[in-house]
Design a protein around this ligand. Sequence first.
Ligand code: ATP
Length: 346
Amino acid sequence: MSIEIQSIAKQFGSFTALDKVNLKVETGELLALLGPSGCGKTTLLRIIAGLETPDGGQILFHGEDATDTHVRERQVGFVFQHYALFRHMTVFENVAFGLRVRPKHTRPNNTEIKRRVHELLNLVQLDWLADRYPAQLSGGQRQRIALARALAVEPKVLLLDEPFGALDTKVRKELRRWLKRLHEEVHVTSVFVTHDQEEALEVADRVVVMNKGRIEQVGTPEQVYDTPATPFVYQFLGDVNLFHSRVHGGFAQVGEHPVAGDGAVAYVRPHDIELLREPAPQTLVAKIDHVRAIGSIVRLELSLENGDPVEAELSRDAYAVQRYASGERVYIRPRSARVFAEDYAI
Ligand code: ATP
């Protein structure tokens, strides 16, 4: 089922949580709402769910106005960060719950419930935990059961609010891959809230980058990462070096982008900083202050002649060939960059 969000506005007192937001979620896609704390992601998700009423605008489910439809009639499933399972019920009963409380005429019989619950537990690969109680599960297992429970009632839309937010990094990473595979199997229209850019880029079909109650960009993970529409998106999606044309006049040509005039800023990702040992046109002199190996990459902290810091990143392999050392003098230039006007508000 597709969801159309048309000019949705929400105020909390004088605070604008959502400023006339427009967005279309396509049928079957997994969309991530990404942005810093307080940007309005959860509010938008709650409005889609029907848990919060917008002050203006409309929501269409499958082309039909659902703005005033009650949460129970929207056929949405939820998974929240701390979506407590019922503690006194087994895993099996937790998943069965939504089916057992259905109105009589749509309630499946016990055999059917059993079949359906085991099917879902198999889907989340936890059928072997059916008789356990929530307290006997790990955090990651609990969230997978919460997801099975949300899917039990065959929702038309699945809404996930930081579902892995409370888990440690390793489990989080496993679960997001798992969620992506699960979504490829189930293909229910899903909206996923996160403030973790890596999570959004890895899991989502499309990413919606939000800031201060507005949408800055909507695009595939590649689009938002490689061609950020605004300085905010650029900075939010990864580390970045800023070169002001006013300061670094000699650095005026950045790849194919001329940094014209006074008020331009070139945004360059650390892995797009090229290091040279000999001077070349359009390079800046830099000193290597620190070299740090972080997993599969090597990060170099440099400073320019005026003291401005610059970060560069190399693969371990590239580093093994070049062997830069701290204290060394190098020449840098960007391989690619995006240029925005200096007065572009972030
Ligand atoms: P987080 O990642 O921290 O959950 P978020 O992007 O999901 O952030 P929201 O929860 O949507 O942000 O909140 C947006 C803003 O609206 C915040 O500044 C928040 O304090 C405010 N807000 C949310 N709910 C209410 C409420 N019921 N009353 C007053 N202000 C609220």
